[in-house]
Ligand binder design. Structure first.
Ligand SMILES: Cc1ncc(COP(=O)(O)O)c(C=O)c1O
Length: 400
């Protein structure tokens, strides 16, 4: 009898964590490493949010809570969905979890049966396919490309749907490409979903607030209200409020699904951290101005990185309209050899040689299901970004 589960054998450890670990090892060995791998804002959590957490501790809000969130946070989420997304949820249609990651995971575990297919446009956030596999389902990757701005077209979606399709996992703006779907592009996709009533939509809106004008964020159920009954709208406080370590994510969806997710949470983590929940109440109800200011900083960094990378021979870097990542293509460098003697046969070889030879840590595209590319997170200082892009330029210029 095998000790480890069959479902565990189907998944791999997170490749983004592997890159971060390797970078940390080199740093510990005294190397000058610039990490462009982390998927988190470099800003500090705002003081009003920290103060709300301190108050929660001081007033004894340190006990178990209802499994999927305190009423005050559910109400703040209901208000947020109404205010920002024109979506009308009731508190019974809200689930709060330990990060958006747990919310997505709960939804998949709660609904997947063997053979169920889940459509995932590539490039995708690394965890989607593995979460589907852990849930016993089959990830079906819909490959996009630089030609469509890394976006799935209605035709691609239509072709990928089968009678076994249970979910489409949708993410805009996207990690890793930063691609954001306009309202018109969303309508094209929701029209396809309207023709296939057995397909549910899990929309991961985690980067909603990191969106650069003229692009405007929209969520699918807002564009097509008839999809509301089979949509799970997932969001969280990690990215917009610089709260990655607090671990609060949430979703709105039909009551039956939310109840099923609650059941799983009650038998796994019991509830998200009580103190973090009170901090999230303040995040959602408190001042929102700093979001726009942070977004402006990210836009400046995006422009800096895009222009520096596009100046390099062999690299093509589309301009993303959201999130804090760029996803350049290195098609023009495949087959070359680095100054350190490494044959750049794929994007993993590129990222590995880049780290070893220049100390710049990026994540290779294969980790996100679309090659040959790499992901840069520009959620770091302008100085570090300039230095890193300079090193990438020297690395590429040094290839034969
Ligand atoms: C696309 C996407 N979805 C979900 C998450 C999960 O965020 P959290 O669990 O911190 O809420 C992340 C984090 O990197 C992400 O990039």
């Amino acid at each position: 009898m095998a000790f480890l589960s069959d479902s565990l054998a189907r998944v791999k450890p997170s490749p983004t964590i592997a890159v971060t670990t390797k970078a940390a090892e080199l740093k510990a060995a005294g190397r000058d490493v610039i990490g462009l791998g982390a998927g988190e804002p470099d800003f500090d959590t705002p003081d009003n949010i920290k103060d709300a957490a301190k108050r929660a501790i001081d007033t004894g809000k340190t006990k178990y809570t209802p499994p999927d969130g305190i009423p005050e946070l559910k109400q703040a989420i209901v208000d947020k969905f109404a205010r920002e997304n024109a979506l009308t949820y009731t508190p019974g249609q809200i689930s709060v979890g330990t990060g958006g990651k747990q919310v997505l995971y709960n939804a998949l575990i709660a609904t997947l049966n063997p053979g169920d297919e889940v459509l995932i446009p590539a490039p995708y956030w690394v965890s989607y396919p593995d979460m589907v596999l852990l849930g016993g389902g089959e990830p079906k990757i819909v490959e996009t490309g630089i030609e469509t701005g890394f976006k799935m077209t209605p035709g691609m979606l239509e072709d990928a749907i089968t009678p076994k399709t249970k979910w489409l996992i949708f993410n805009s703006p996207s990690n890793p490409s930063g691609a954001g779907y306009s309202a018109a592009e969303l309508k094209g996709l929701t029209d396809v979903l309207m023709r296939h009533p057995h397909v549910w939509l899990m929309t991961d809106d985690m980067y909603e607030h990191i969106a650069y004008a003229p692009f405007e964020f929209a969520t699918p159920a807002q564009i097509e209200p008839r999809l509301f009954e089979r949509t799970l709208t997932v969001n969280g406080v990690s990215k917009a409020y610089a709260m990655t370590g607090w671990r609060i994510g949430y979703a709105g969806g039909p009551e039956e699904l939310i109840g099923a997710m609650r059941k799983i949470q009650s038998q796994s983590t019991s509830n998200p951290c009580s103190i973090s929940q009170w901090a999230a109440v303040e995040a959602l109800n408190g001042p929102q101005d700093f979001i726009r200011e942070n977004c402006e900083t990210f836009r400046r960094r995006r422009d800096l990185v895009v222009s520096m990378l596009n100046a390099i021979d062999g690299i093509e870097c589309p301009v993303p309209n959201g999130a804090f990542y760029v996803y350049p293509s290195i098609a023009g460098l495949i087959g070359k050899t680095s100054a350190g003697g490494v044959l750049i046969e794929d994007d993993e070889a590129f990222a590995t040689a880049l780290l070893e030879e220049t100390g710049v840590a990026v994540v290779f595209g294969a980790a996100f299901g679309l090659s040959p590319n790499f992901r840069v997170s520009y959620a770091t200082s302008d100085t570090a970004l300039k230095e890193a892009c300079g090193r990438i330029q020297a690395f590429c210029d040094g290839m034969r």
